[in-house]
Ligand binder design. Structure first.
Ligand SMILES: *Cc1c(COP(=O)(O)O)cnc(C)c1O
Length: 362
């Protein structure tokens, strides 16, 4: 078997050791005589997985008292709707920062439920940087940000101070990739498939006081945060297999040395690629215009022509460097180097980038 170096933006690469463990346990989960996908979500085995993954979250992120961890279906995209459905009244305002496609979609959903104030917006520059200035409304119910803009390759190096305004962050594509100070957030959410597991589950970390701020409107039971909190994510059948895999990935993060080590590795991997780009700016042009806004997860760059970009992708693929084609709204290339992406693959990419430039420069 030859494993590809998988630069896919999502679903993305997962630790090989985790995949092997899943394979080994698949038909007979730890001697139970059944697969994890055949067991009751109320079995003691699954309840143990749920308790274990929540403890791993606490250990890895340092989640303090006063927060709940829940696992819900529907992807991060469902959170775009659940957040305003729960927290934004018809005549109330929420602040959103428009930094890319996912932020835009979050804004679209919020407008269905209340008023949206766009506190910062870089759409006119095709999201090539983060806003230099944010203008908040005086009475926002919350501020919503996208931590890492998967498509456009920008990432907040730090977040604005929001005072008493609850900060809600979509961390789908950089969740558990760097240290965070959880107490600054009212809510963090992340679809699993970018960095912590397979698609199908979204992790939500929510401060308990938010549950008292739910607006007075009819909300379907499944769309209420309270439902999932009060039922320990077991109101209905949760995505058991995805949660099981998130548990294994978080265990891997702990084995790797936690976020301190993970962040160091991610910094190192990203720097290797950006250094190559910066050493040949006439050939590899980063699409992000401000270096301090560059993503450590999704590294986007263009080549001198679209023909060369096609050729780059083709030759890279032949060298087992897979998934480098950029999103159509940016063009060019995108190297997604999530937690589990091995440094050997980054070394291979850097070597290839040097060779390709040498062979194709005019
Ligand atoms: C991929 C992605 C989403 C959408 O996630 P789904 O789970 O497919 O709904 C939302 N936000 C960000 C930042 C993403 O990268």
């Amino acid at each position: 078997m030859v494993r590809k170096f998988n630069f896919n933006p999502g679903p993305g690469v997962l630790p090989f050791s985790v995949l092997q463990k899943v394979q080994a346990e698949f038909t007979d989960y730890r001697g139970v005589g059944m697969s994890i996908v055949e067991m009751s979500h109320r079995s003691k085995e699954f309840e143990a997985i749920l308790a274990h993954v929540k403890q791993n979250f606490k250990d890895i992120l340092g989640i303090p008292e006063g927060y709940e961890i829940i696992f819900v279906g529907g992807g991060a995209s469902l959170q775009f709707a659940m957040i305003p459905m729960n927290f934004l009244g018809k005549d109330q305002v929420a602040d959103y920062v428009n930094t890319g496609e996912w932020a835009r979609r979050a804004i679209k959903e919020a407008k269905l439920f209340g008023k949206v104030h766009v506190a910062g917006d870089t759409e006119s520059d095709n999201y090539t940087h983060l806003p230099s200035e944010l203008v908040f409304s005086s009475n926002a119910q919350y501020l919503h940000l996208t931590s890492n803009n998967t498509i456009f390759g920008t990432q907040w190096p730090s977040y604005p101070e929001t005072g008493n305004v609850p900060l809600i962050v979509d961390m789908s594509s950089d969740f558990m990739s760097r240290k965070v100070d959880v107490k600054k957030y009212a809510m963090i959410y992340a679809g699993a498939q970018k960095n912590i597991g397979p698609a199908g589950v979204t992790a939500v970390i929510i401060r308990k006081d938010m549950l008292d701020k739910v607006v007075n409107r009819e909300i379907p039971t499944m769309m209420q945060y309270k439902t999932h909190v009060e039922n320990n994510s077991l109101y209905n059948t949760p995505p058991v297999f995805s949660i099981y895999m998130v548990d294994l990935v978080t265990e891997w993060i702990k084995e790797m040395g936690g976020l301190q080590k993970i962040e160091e590795m991610n910094d190192k991997k990203a720097k290797m690629i950006y250094d190559i780009m910066d050493s040949m700016p006439d050939f590899y042009k980063g699409t992000v215009t401000q270096k301090e806004h560059r993503s450590k997860m999704n590294i986007t760059f263009r080549l001198p022509s679209e023909d060369l970009e096609k050729k780059f992708e083709k030759e890279a693929t032949a060298k087992n460097l897979f998934g480098l084609k950029g999103h159509r709204s940016v063009g060019g290339m995108r190297a997604s180097v999530y937690n589990a992406f091995p440094i050997e693959g980054v070394e291979e990419l850097c070597k290839f980038m040097k060779e390709f430039a040498a062979n194709n420069r005019k």
